[in-house]
Design a protein around this ligand. Sequence first.
Ligand SMILES: [Cu+2]
Length: 175
Amino acid sequence: MLLQDKVWLISLVLITAIAAVFLWVAAGAARQADAETVQRRAYRLRTGWFWLLVAIIVIASATTLTALPYPDRVSAPASRVVLRATGAQWAWTVEGSDIVVGRPVEFQVTSTDVNHGFGIYDRSLAMIAQTQAMPGYINRLQLTFAKPGTYHILCLEYCGLAHHEMMTDLVVKPN
Ligand SMILES: [Cu+2]
């Protein structure tokens, strides 16, 4: 099942649940009840939900924040290949040595004019990494290619008339 279909299905279930709650409230609207009792019950429910939410946030943060999906700069392997990627209206220049499968690469990404988006795509045009290309600043993007072949670099940020022309190929050699 496509991700899109899954999201659509989840949305549909949630919409149905919300609609059911609305109908349930509407059906009971005419019923009289003691306001204080209802209020106390609602407050108790709210307090319960609040602490449940706090517990979920604390547990989720504690278990996931340690495993950030990108490496920190300090732990960059010394054997990495450094490539300099420069964006300019409207082309990419990538300089450096060859990229080999399994060998860590660091792209030092910058721009000579305006902001560009540096996006690396595989053959099926699925994005595998991206960062901003900013004038006067170098963004470091660390990546280890798992498969050889031709990858594509596309600009991800509208940067003028020929933004769509800002494409170049990146060849990753087998090990
Ligand atoms: Cu662009």
